[in-house]
Design a protein around this ligand. Structure first.
Ligand code: PEP
Ligand code: MG
Length: 538
C-alpha cells in the first residue's frame, strides 16, 4: 500500500492497532450547573498537569522546539473564546461538561479547518487533541493504548501530538496512519525521534489486522502487508545498510572542517521559509548561506510590514544560536512574481527588471526590508546580501540605502548591529569579471551558479529544450568561479556558493581546491557534503 514517507527509514514488525475507545456523550440535561463547572475546573487542572509532564518529556526526548506544541495546547486550555463557549453551553444550555467541551471543540476545529491555511489547519489538529484530552479527563477515560510486540508497528487513523510524544522509540519501530502529511506535527516529531513513519495511507486501519507482519518502507512511502520470507530478508538487509549509512553521516553533524592551512570551510543551508529550519539544523548546518526572502513575500495578498518581516528574520536568527545567517534581499522578477506588485510584461524577464533592479525602482519596499533586516541584526550575526549585482555602482547605491536606513533607526533609537556585513551574489558574469573592484566594496561574495551558468552560457535555466547546454563544468563557468574566489581572497573577504552547483558531487573537489569558503545547500544534502569534504582533509 502506498502513502507518504514522513520520516525516513525501514521497519519490519507486527501491526499494533491503536485503540481509542469510542466516547459516548450524555446529551441529557445536567442536573447541576455548579457541579458541571466544578468538574470542568478539575479536568482543566488535570489536563494542565498532564500536558506539562508531556511537554517536559518531549523537550527532553525530542527537543525544545517540538515540545512547543504542548505550550500551545496549554494556552488553549486558557483560551477565553474556547472556554467562554464551553461555559456558555453549560450555564445557558444546561449541557454536561464533557458534551459542552466536545461541541465547542468541534465548532472551533471546523472553523480552523475551513480556513485555507496550513498553519490554521495545524491549529485545528491541536484543538482536537486538547478537546479530546479534556473530554477523556471529564469522563475518566485513559489515553489510547496498543499492544507491544518485539518490533511494534503502530497503526492508527491519526496520531495526535500527545500520542506521538508518548511513543517510546525503544518499543515502537515505526508508525503508519490513514491521514496526515509531511508537515503535520506527528510527522515532524517522528523525524526528530527518527522513527520511520508512513502517513496518509487512507485505509490502512481498515486493511491491516492486529498482529499482522508488515514491512514499512518509509523511504519509498510503502507498506507491505504479510510479507513473505524473502521480502523480510531483503528488507532486513536494506534496513541494516540504511542504519549503517545514517550512523556514518550523523558523525559529521558537529564536525568542523578546517584544512591544514587553518582555513575553515562552512557547510550551510539554503532556506526559503522558517519551516526549512528544522531539517537544516537537524543536519548540523554551520549556518544559513542563503535565505531567499522572496518566499516571505510570495504566498500572500499584500506586502508584509516591517514588523512582520522583522519577526520572521529575528526568529531565524535566534534559532541559529550564534551561527551566521546570510539573508538575501528580495529577488522578484524573472520567474518569481508577487501578486500585489504587478510588473509590465517583458520580452526577456531574466534580463529585465529583476531583484536589486526592481528594489531600486521600489525604494520604499526595499527600505522596509532593510530596516527589518538591520533590526534583526541586533539578535545575531546577520549578513545582508544583494542579488543580481552587475556593476560596482549598483553595490554602492544599495549600500547608501542601507546607510540611510541605519541613520533612521539610530534616530528612532532602534537597535541594530552597526557593523553588519553586507555582501553580494556573484551571479552575473560581469560581476565575476569585475570581482576585484566589487571585493573592495563588499564584505563577502556568494556565487549564485543557477544564474551565473544561465547568463554565461546564454541558456535559459527554465527551458528544458536547451537544458543539455546548461553545464556547470564548462571551463568558462569554472574560470569565472575561480576568478571570484581569488578576488575575494586577495581583498581579504570570504567567498561562498549558494547555487545548486554547491551540492553537485562531481565538482566538490574542484571547488574545494579553488578555496571556496562556504558551501550552502538544501538541508538534506548537508551531511553528505560534510562527509565528502572531510574526506579531502586526510
Ligand atoms: C542562484 O542564482 O544560483 C541562486 C542561488 O539564486 P536563485 O536560484 O534564487 O536565483
Ligand atoms: Mg539567482
Amino acid at each position: 500500500m502506498k502513502g507518504i514517507a514522513a520520516s525516513k527509514g525501514y521497519a519490519i514488525g507486527r501491526a499494533a492497532l491503536l485503540s481509542t475507545s469510542e466516547i459516548e456523550l450524555d446529551r441529557t440535561r445536567a442536573s447541576s450547573v455548579e457541579a458541571e463547572l466544578e468538574a470542568l475546573d478539575k479536568a482543566l487542572a488535570e489536563s494542565r498537569i498532564q500536558l506539562e509532564a508531556i511537554r517536559d518529556k518531549a523537550a527532553e526526548s525530542i527537543g525544545e522546539e517540538e515540545a512547543k506544541v504542548f505550550d500551545s495546547h496549554l494556552l488553549l486550555l486558557e483560551d477565553p473564546e474556547f472556554m467562554g463557549a464551553v461555559k456558555d453551553k453549560i450555564s445557558g444550555e444546561k449541557m454536561r461538561a464533557a458534551t459542552a467541551v466536545s461541541d465547542a471543540t468541534d465548532f472551533f476545529k471546523t472553523m480552523f479547518e475551513s480556513l485555507d491555511d496550513d498553519y490554521m489547519r495545524e491549529r485545528a489538529a491541536d484543538m482536537k487533541d486538547v478537546g479530546h484530552r479534556l473530554v477523556r479527563n471529564l469522563l475518566g477515560h485513559g489515553e489510547g493504548s496498543f499492544k507491544r510486540y518485539d518490533e511494534t508497528v503502530l497503526v492508527a487513523h491519526d496520531l495526535t501530538p500527545s500520542d506521538t510524544a508518548q511513543i517510546d522509540r525503544n518499543t515502537v519501530a515505526a508508525f503508519i496512519t490513514d491521514i496526515g502529511g509531511v508537515t503535520s506535527h506527528s510527522a515532524i516529531m517522528a523525524r526528530s525521534l527518527e522513527i520511520p513513519a508512513v502517513v496518509g495511507m487512507k485505509t490502512i486501519t481498515e486493511t491491516v489486522e492486529e498482529g499482522m507482519w508488515v514491512v514499512v518502507d518509509a523511504i519509498a512511502g510503502e507498506v507491505i502487508l504479510n510479507p513473505d520470507e524473502a521480502t523480510i530478508k531483503a528488507y532486513r538487509e536494506k534496513k541494516a545498510a540504511y542504519a549503517a549509512e545514517r550512523e556514518k553521516l550523523k558523525a559529521y553533524r558537529d564536525v568542523e572542517i578546517i584544512d591544514e592551512s587553518g582555513r575553515k570551510i562552512l557547510v550551510a543551508g539554503n532556506m526559503g521559509s522558517l519551516k526549512d529550519l528544522d531539517l537544516i539544523l537537524e543536519n548540523g548546518a554551520d549556518g544559513i548561506g542563503l535565505f531567499r526572502t522572496e518566499f516571505v513575500f510570495m504566498d500572500r495578498e499584500s506586502m508584509p510590514t516591517e514588523e512582520e518581516q522583522f519577526e520572521i528574520y529575528k526568529e531565524a536568527v535566534t534559532r541559529l544560536t550564534g551561527r551566521p545567517i546570510v539573508i538575501r534581499t528580495l529577488d522578484i522578477g524573472g520567474d518569481k512574481q508577487i501578486p500585489y506588485l504587478p510588473q509590465e510584461p517583458e520580452l526577456n524577464p531574466f534580463l529585465g527588471l529583476r531583484a536589486i533592479r526592481l528594489c531600486f525602482e521600489h525604494e520604499d519596499m526595499f527600505k522596509t526590508q532593510l530596516r527589518a533586516l538591520l533590526r534583526a541584526s541586533a539578535f545575531g550575526p546577520v549578513q545582508i546580501m544583494f542579488p543580481m549585482i552587475g556593476a560596482v555602482g549598483e553595490l554602492k547605491q544599495a549600500k547608501a540605502i542601507v546607510e540611510s536606513c541605519k541613520a533612521e533607526l539610530r534616530a528612532e533609537g532602534k537597535a541594530f548591529n552597526p557593523d553588519v556585513e553586507v555582501g553580494i551574489m556573484i551571479e552575473i558574469p560581469s560581476a565575476a569579471i569585475a570581482a576585484e573592484s566589487l571585493a573592495e566594496e563588499a564584505d563577502f561574495f556568494s556565487i549564485g551558479t543557477n544564474d551565473l551558468i544561465q547568463y554565461t552560457m546564454a541558456v535559459d535555466r527554465m527551458n528544458p529544450t536547451v537544458s543539455h547546454l546548461y553545464d556547470p563544468s564548462n571551463p568558462a563557468v569554472l574560470k569565472l568561479i575561480e576568478m571570484s574566489i581569488q578576488a575575494a581572497h586577495n581583498a581579504g573577504i570570504w567567498c561562498g556558493m549558494c547555487g545548486e552547483m554547491a551540492r553537485d558531487p562531481t565538482v566538490t573537489r574542484k571547488l574545494f581546491d579553488m578555496g571556496l569558503d562556504e558551501f550552502s545547500v538544501t538541508g538534506s544534502a548537508i551531511l553528505e557534503l560534510k562527509q565528502r569534504i572531510s574526506g579531502y582533509l586526510k
